[in-house]
Design a protein around this ligand. Structure first.
Ligand SMILES: [Zn+2]
Length: 429
């Protein structure tokens, strides 16, 4: 990790605009503060309050603001409202529970500050630009992710709409109806916006990984977005017993069987990575039943999650197949049964090469060295890309990980990313 961090050159924006952006970040953090960090639940009243707050600030700057079919907020210069062939800059305003302030929000504010800059300058854009602040991107609340962008592009299916909220048990459809969404067209799977009118979709996001910090860069252009296959509630079922009295050959221990499965997958991962395959895998949740478990008891069951991510759809399928083979083999050998849920699948997204080139040129124009990297996390940009919209992304340096209160980002780094967008959307002016 670098100690001598180079701050970006922010000549494109005025000091006042940089303060407006920092103030927007702070004010949204204050209105969504939790016991630590922030909580902005997907499709909640808090999320609406944040959108209303951004709306008020944008209107005070003289921007046009309107709600789309799922009550996301859309912003533009007044003269660009309703014009087709626009660049769409967007990200999400929801957060995970007790999360960080910058995941999602930074992308919305970076877009807004480009509009505010151009509005204050009074010159307009030669090609229309819209900024979209979206709801419901995080999977933490209902299970499915990217729910607003999937609804907009006609890809929010019945399974996702029936997914239940982690706390109140009501469905995603119920929560969407609460904020006034007409679910008929969403259920019909018709796109809720004319995707052919979007010239390109751009998203700025914090990196959520260590590469930019390690390389002392403020920002990067993203080359592609990993897809994933997720099995959330796998249950391995064996037989309970006394830890001292049952010899090995009599046991059906689900924890040991799960350990075999995970270490076999870890060995496969190491092999794949040594051959240059893009692959990560994680078991983020694992546990025996706390109402029954004890130090001296062989547990009857263990629940765990398994997630694989890769930029390659073939790799995702191959690893899933191997996972299922190993489950069968270990189950036969140990007598432990594995209940596998239906996986949630999110396809990898190729970001548009022309847009990438344009953003790299803009990076240079904004006084930054060209730098590109893939995205490990999934983003709304993947949904637009997979719906046929030319999409591009910029990452900005972040620290403290992500999806937790320690997540942090220097506003100057966000402005470095915004400079790339501003240089890109004004390239022909
Ligand atoms: Zn995000």
């Amino acid at each position: 990790m670098s100690c001598t961090e180079t701050l970006p050159d922010l000549d494109m924006f005025t000091q006042e605009e940089i303060s407006v952006a920092a103030d927007l970040l702070d004010s949204v953090a204050a209105m969504s503060a939790d016991s630590s960090g922030v909580s902005r639940p997907a499709w909640s009243r808090k999320e609406t309050e944040v959108l209303d707050h951004l709306t008020a600030r944008a209107e005070a700057e003289g921007l046009a603001v309107w709600s789309d079919a799922v009550d996301n907020r859309v912003f533009s210069l007044p003269e660009d409202q309703g014009k087709p062939d626009y660049t769409l800059i967007g990200s999400h305003v929801d957060s995970v529970p007790v999360g960080g302030n910058f995941d999602g929000l930074a992308g919305v504010i970076a877009g807004l500050i480009c509009l505010i800059h151009q509005r204050r300058k009074g010159t307009g854009f030669s090609r229309p630009v819209r900024v979209i602040a979206m709801r419901g991107e995080e999977s933490a609340w209902f299970g499915p992710c990217y729910t607003a962008s999937r609804a907009l592009t006609g890809g929010l299916g019945a399974d996702a709409l029936a997914a239940k909220h982690k706390s109140d048990g009501r469905t995603l459809a119920d929560h969407m109806a609460d904020v006034g969404v007409d679910l008929g067209p969403v259920r019909a799977g018709t796109p809720l916006m004319d995707l052919t009118e979007i010239r390109e979709y751009l998203e700025l996001h914090i990196e959520q990984g260590p590469l930019l910090l390690g390389d002392d860069r403020a920002a990067a252009v993203v080359t592609g977005i990993r897809g994933n296959i997720r099995l959330k509630d796998i249950v391995a079922r064996g037989e309970a017993g006394h830890s001292g009295a049952v010899p090995r050959e009599y046991r059906r221990d689900p924890v040991m069987a799960t350990a075999q499965l995970l270490s076999a997958m870890d060995a496969l991962w190491a092999d794949e990575v040594s051959e240059g395959t893009d692959l990560v895998m994680t078991t983020g949740m694992i546990g025996t039943d706390p109402t029954h478990h004890a130090m001296a008891r062989i547990p009857e069951s263990v629940s765990f999650s398994f997630e694989v991510r890769s930029q390659s759809p073939e790799t995702l399928s191959r690893v899933e197949e191997t996972f299922r083979d190993k489950v069968r083999a270990i189950s036969d050998r140990t007598g432990v049964a594995f209940d596998l849920p239906d996986p949630i699948r999110n396809a990898p997204a190729a970001l548009d090469e022309d847009v990438q080139r344009g953003l790299l040129d803009a990076m240079e124009h904004a006084g930054q060295k060209r730098y590109a990297m893939p995205s490990g996390g999934g983003h709304d940009a993947a949904v637009f890309a997979n719906a046929g919209v030319r999409a591009g992304m910029v990452f900005v340096r972040s620290r403290g990980g992500s999806h937790n209160p320690a997540e942090s980002m220097a506003p100057a780094d966000m402005m470095a990313g915004a400079s790339i967008f501003l240089a890109h959307i004004t390239a022909n002016d």
